[in-house]
Structures are given as structure tokens and as C-alpha cells.
Design a protein around this ligand. Structure first.
Ligand code: HPA
Length: 276
């Protein structure tokens, strides 16, 4: 029953948004913790608070605003989710990806996801920008669980290339052109949260091949791939978690560190969008 409800909810939100816009967004951007500032660059913005949109959840996470903004960045039509939803807030993976599912039905082609993350790779430092090359999901839910809606995508979506190789290459080239240092690729792992990792869990995550850890992104990437979008993911590494010298992870520090590199993140995303 809830699955039929989900489809109805998505269609209701879609009809509402179709009334508000003249052109479909080519690119969807999801902004993570302390990364909402990119929205200042949007030309001719149409800002719609989430609570005006039927069936959209409300973001409760710190530093997340609650607006969907349509407009143009570098001449490209975009839809920006300023504020995202997390499993730890109590939403199912299906519920927290509803906004992205709705936007994907506006004939979008590309999805850029961002987040603040903890660094696991010892060569990283606070301020590293990690372009996602792959992910590992430890969130115990999947947004596609339940009957498949064939019009939205295949029952068993292939994830052999979750992050579009061409977009990764373009991003690395853009970073080099802009002289942005500390940009690298890596594997993101999603944990359910909201409690942070223990030293032993950190050792485990490192040993299974993860370079960064956070509490988001993967459910959205699964929906984006299901919908046939090309995906680019960027993590801002805010803190470094060393299992042998483990420091407390404080939210205020995560926000402060992310804010410090936000300008670099914005420059990079704007340059990538120019290339689309
Ligand atoms: N762990 C999980 N989520 C995070 C972290 C972390 O160390 N830093 C920022 N988000």
C-alpha cells in the first residue's frame, strides 16, 4: 500500500512543480551540510520552500535550508535542493529520496550530489575535495525496495559505474585548471548514523576500502542511477578519523571546516557545469 502511496505522492509533487516552471532542469544539484551557498549564483531563481510542495519531507539536519530552487547556473537549467534528508532523521530511503525522484521525472540528465564527510584515507586532510569514484552502502535500506515502477527505471539497476567516469575526469581537469589543490578521487561509504563511528568501526571501514564516511548520498545515487541520470559526487572532507589516534568528531568543527572550503567547492562545481 505504501508503495502505491509513494507513486501518488511523487506524481502530485511533480504536477505542482510543472505548474511553476517553463523549462525542465537539465542538472539536479543536491547540496550537503554547510554547502548551501552555491544557490547565490543561480540566475533568475524560482525559490520554492519545501513545505509549499505537496509531500516533500522537511529537512531537520543542522545548516540545511529547506528550498528547492530552479534557475540557471552558467547558462544551464538547474534544480537545486538546498537541504537534504537523511536516514537518521527517521525517513525511509524511499521517503528521503522523494524530492530527487520527482525532479528526475522532469527529464533531467545529470545529478550532482555533495556532502561533508569524514576522511578515512590517511593521505587526506581537512579540506580535501574527494570526487566519488564508487561507494559502499551500510544504510540498512534501499530506496527501490518494493514493487518496481517500470516507467521510472529497471527492477535491477546496474551499478557497475555508479559515478559517471567522464564527469569525474572533467571535474579533475577543472580542478587542475582552477589550481584547486587537494582534489582527489575515492570511495564514499554511507553509515546510517546519527551516532558517529567508533575507532574499531573506523578501522573496519578503512580495511574494506572506504576513503571517506558520511550519512547521506548513497540512497540518492541509487535513485539517480535507477532514473538513468549521470551522477557526479563530491565530498568535502571535514575531519580525519585515525583509528589509532581517534579524536572526537564535533559537529561545529565539521561545519567550520566545510565552510572554509565551500568557496573552492562552489568554484569547482560552477566550472564543471560550464562543461556540461
Ligand atoms: N563520520 C560520519 N559523518 C560525517 C563525518 C564523520 O566523520 N564527518 C562529517 N560527516
Amino acid at each position: 500500500m505504501t508503495f502505491i502511496n509513494h507513486q501518488n505522492k511523487v506524481e502530485e509533487a511533480l504536477s505542482f512543480l510543472q505548474e511553476k516552471i517553463d523549462t525542465n532542469p537539465r542538472c539536479i544539484i543536491i547540496l550537503g551540510t554547510a554547502l548551501g551557498g552555491l544557490t547565490q549564483h543561480i540566475e533568475d531563481p524560482i525559490r520554492i520552500p519545501y513545505h509549499h510542495i505537496p509531500n516533500f519531507p522537511e529537512a531537520t539536519a543542522p545548516t540545511h535550508d529547506n528550498n528547492l530552487i530552479f534557475g540557471r547556473l552558467q547558462g544551464v537549467d538547474v534544480a537545486v535542493l538546498q537541504g537534504r534528508f537523511h536516514f537518521y532523521e527517521g525517513y525511509s530511503a524511499q521517503e528521503l529520496t522523494l524530492p530527487l525522484r520527482v525532479l528526475s521525472l522532469l527529464q533531467s540528465e545529470i545529478c550532482i550530489v555533495s556532502n561533508a564527510a569524514g576522511g578515512l584515507n590517511p593521505s587526506f586532510s581537512p579540506g580535501t575535495l574527494m570526487v566519488l569514484s564508487d561507494h559502499i552502502n551500510f544504510i540498512p535500506d534501499n530506496p527501490l525496495r518494493g514493487p518496481n515502477i517500470d516507467d521510472w527505471g529497471p527492477r535491477f539497476p546496474d551499478l557497475s559505474e555508479p559515478y559517471d567516469r567522464e564527469l569525474v575526469e572533467t571535474t579533475l581537469k577543472c580542478a587542475a585548471r582552477l589550481n584547486i589543490s587537494k582534489v582527489t578521487t575515492g570511495v564514499y561509504t554511507a553509515i546510517p548514523g546519527p551516532s558517529l563511528e567508533t575507532p574499531a568501526e573506523t578501522r573496519f571501514l578503512r580495511s574494506c576500502g572506504a576513503d571517506a564516511v558520511g550519512m547521506s548520498t548513497v540512497p540518492e545515487v541509487i535513485v539517480a542511477k535507477h532514473a538513468g541520470l549521470r551522477v557526479l559526487g563530491i565530498s568535502v572532507v571535514a575531519n580525519i578519523n585515525d583509528p589509532d589516534n581517534f579524536k572526537p568528531i564535533i559537529l561545529e568543527d565539521v561545519i567550520e571546516q566545510t565552510a572554509k572550503v565551500e568557496k573552492k567547492f562552489q568554484q569547482l562545481v560552477l566550472e564543471v557545469i560550464k562543461e556540461l
